[in-house]
Design a protein around this ligand. Structure first.
Ligand code: ATP
Ligand code: MG
Length: 631
């Protein structure tokens, strides 16, 4: 099989950051700082770590016994001390940490001082239930302040939290609780989505049926009308809070003590329990939040993810809190009761930093620009994207209709496994739509063939990371062999990301999709992202997914599943027109043989297209694990 091929999608446009943004940016000269950072990765990491509080400093920055790394060896800290106490002691006691909103626009605010007390009370409450350092606690709760407080309460006492997205059903929840052997499950009576109540408690109870290691279920009884004291397994979160002391000394954690397990969304197979530890994760989430989002003291920050995903962990909870920011946390659907919901919050709270996913952008594109146009979005400064490659078309829409052509877009490439941003534009150098950008400080990526040989620019290959970094996963819970595979799949002791990428002469990296989604047409390796971007670029197309089908001559042929924009009539002529468009943008080699118009695409609950499901359906093969499928 021919392993190399040229990149078809030409990304030429460069968008320079506005002067007033560069002038106040934490990092003004990316190139020189990056060079400095890779010359002395450990020294650079140590310098950043000095900005945080340690009960005891490290003896050694890095201990690397391939493929196992320890960072800040011998150091002691507690991440909640850095996220809470440090601010309360330094003048931020009355600063708002979170503003929470639900679909009915009920609002709740909590200050750093109040959050510290709440976390301590829950921490003491968990202790009273017998939870100790190293025990696992599963959390199945809506995006909310109590959920965040429960995560932090675990970290306070050294318990390992395992958050399971509240949109998951019983089976997915059960697998994750079982795998982690959680001692306690924390849940809520319900969450609301599109005006509908979803009974989380009932699902939670079914999920743990027969799991004798689960000793207690702590329940946030949101309306105080469900718990009646009859079931000894169920403990009221409110009661725990009321009856526990607001003072709880933070557990002294070794830098390498586990902080949490998070199961990956499973776009590609059975979920893995990615394990993150305390010190390195704390340093990287702190520093990337500060530099990539260029976060400053008075910024209002909003990451639209759910705490059930890594983006929520790193960029709703730990990163923003470590920086002492004020964040929005929003429960419910983005477009309910109408597609103006999110933009009304940007206007009302004067949001400065906004972080979302391409799937959301494409959804809003479908609703039309008249929705954001109704609101004053002038407070925005930094716009972030994460989760999938952002098609240039969606990038430009985001830039124009949300950013009003005066914001910086940072396209952040990273993974559950990496813990924090790895490849991303930062606000001090120009962005290229469709390209994630350059490596973050100390990170050394490479594009290689399957033997680990470096490839020239503008060639599609495997994206690898050449050396360990502080916030990398330390293992897969209970499956060390799965962890080791990340480092042994490609020769040369490099971390294999599972993604395809290419870099240009200026060092910008473009992510082309997952290696297992790659199209191989007549010997050309084509990224799904390239073809999908060309499709979305057609004025009638809202969203698209492509798969490869076995083909006698070409090896594979391309089939495209296309969602049309609102009001567009499907027709055979339109199909031809779309094909013609792809031919113009990418060339004949990338033209889909088949186009099917669909209403929906199979997605993970975090909004990513599950191409393997489309492919299995198309070929009549078993679809495999679909516990993460949206519906
Ligand atoms: P699983 O590993 O279980 O299949 P997943 O990979 O979807 O699930 P995550 O860790 O949440 O779970 O997602 C990381 C992946 O998302 C990356 O490997 C990449 O494929 C994609 N991704 C994330 N951010 C970007 C981005 N900015 N540009 C392109 N792709 C991205
Ligand atoms: Mg993955």
């Amino acid at each position: 099989m021919e392993e190399r091929s040229e990149v078809l999608l030409k990304v030429e446009d460069k968008y320079y950051p506005p002067k007033h943004i560069v002038e106040r940016a934490w990092v003004k000269d990316y190139e020189s700082l990056y060079q400095e950072s890779i010359k002395d990765r450990e020294g650079f990491g140590a310098k950043v770590a000095e900005e945080l509080h340690w009960f005891k400093k490290w003896d050694k920055v890095l201990d690397w016994q391939f493929p196992y790394a320890q960072w800040f060896v011998g150091a002691q800290t507690n991440i909640t001390y850095n996220c809470l106490d440090r601010h309360v002691l330094n003048g931020r006691r009355n600063k708002v940490a979170y503003i929470w909103l639900d679909e009915d626009n009920n609002e709740q605010k909590i200050t750093y001082g109040e959050l510290l007390e709440l976390v301590n009370r829950i921490a003491n409450g968990l202790k009273s239930l017998g939870v100790k350092k190293g025990d696992r606690v599963s959390i199945y709760m809506p995006n909310s302040i109590p959920a965040i407080a429960c995560m932090l309460a675990c970290a306070r006492i050294g318990a390992i939290h395992s958050v399971v997205f509240a949109g998951f059903s019983e089976g997915a929840l059960r697998t994750r609780i079982e795998d982690a052997k959680a001692k306690v499950l924390i849940t809520a009576t319900y969450t609301k989505r599109r005006g509908k109540k979803i009974d989380l408690l009932a699902t939670a109870q079914r999920a743990i049926d027969g799991l004798s290691f689960v000793e207690k279920v702590v329940v946030w009884d949101r309306d105080g009308d469900v718990l009646n004291g009859e079931n000894p397994l169920l403990v009221s979160l409110d009661k725990l809070i009321k009856e526990s002391s607001p003072v709880c000394e933070p557990e002294v954690m070794d830098a390498e003590d586990p902080l949490f397990i998070l199961y990956t969304s499973g776009t590609t197979g059975k979920p893995k329990g990615v394990l993150h530890t305390t010190g390195g994760y704390m340093v990287e989430t702190y520093y990337t939040t500060k530099v990539v989002f260029d976060a400053h003291e008075d910024d209002i920050y909003w990451c639209t993810a759910d705490i059930g995903w890594i983006t929520g962990h790193s960029y709703i909870v730990y990163g923003p809190l470590a920086n002492g920011l004020t964040s929005l946390v929003v429960e419910g659907a983005p477009d309910y009761p109408n597609p103006g919901r999110w933009w009304s919050y940007v206007e009302r709270y004067r949001v400065n930093i906004f972080y979302t996913a391409p799937t959301a952008i494409r959804m809003f594109m479908r609703f039309g620009e008249e929705w954001p146009a109704k609101y004053d979005l002038s407070s925005l400064r930094i716009l972030g994207s994460v989760g999938e490659p952002i098609n240039p078309e969606a990038w430009e829409w985001y830039y124009k209709h949300i950013g009003r052509e005066r914001c910086v877009i940072v396209d952040t490439w990273w993974q559950t496994e990496t813990g924090a941003h790895m490849i991303t534009t930062i606000p001090s150098y120009p962005a290229k739509p469709g390209k994630a950008g350059k490596p973050f400080f100390t990170i050394e990526p490479a594009v290689v063939d399957s033997q680990g040989n470096p490839l020239p620019p503008n060639t599609v290959g495997n994206l690898v990371i050449k050396s360990p970094w502080p916030s990398m996963l330390r293992t897969c819970w209970g499956e060390p062999e799965r962890y080791e595979k990340y480092w042994t799949t490609i020769p040369g002791q490099v971390y294999f990301t599972g993604d395809l990428a290419t870099y240009d002469e200026e060092g910008y990296i473009m992510i082309l999709g997952r290696a297992d989604d790659v199209l191989n047409v007549a010997g050309h390796r084509i990224g799904t992202m390239e073809v999908e971007s060309a499709l979305v670029d057609h004025p009638a197309v809202a969203e698209a997914a492509v798969i490869g089908k076995p083909h006698e001559i070409k090896g594979e042929s391309i089939k495209a599943f296309v969602i049309l924009k609102k009001g567009v009539e499907p027709s055979d002529r339109l199909k031809e027109d779309i094909k013609q468009h792809v031919r113009q943008v990418l060339g004949a080699i990338a033209v889909p043989d088949e186009i099917e118009f669909v209403e929906k695409l199979p997605k993970t609950r975090s909004g990513k297209i599950m191409r393997r499901v489309l492919k299995a359906q198309e070929l009549g093969l078993p679809v495999g694990d679909v516990s993460t499928l949206e519906d």
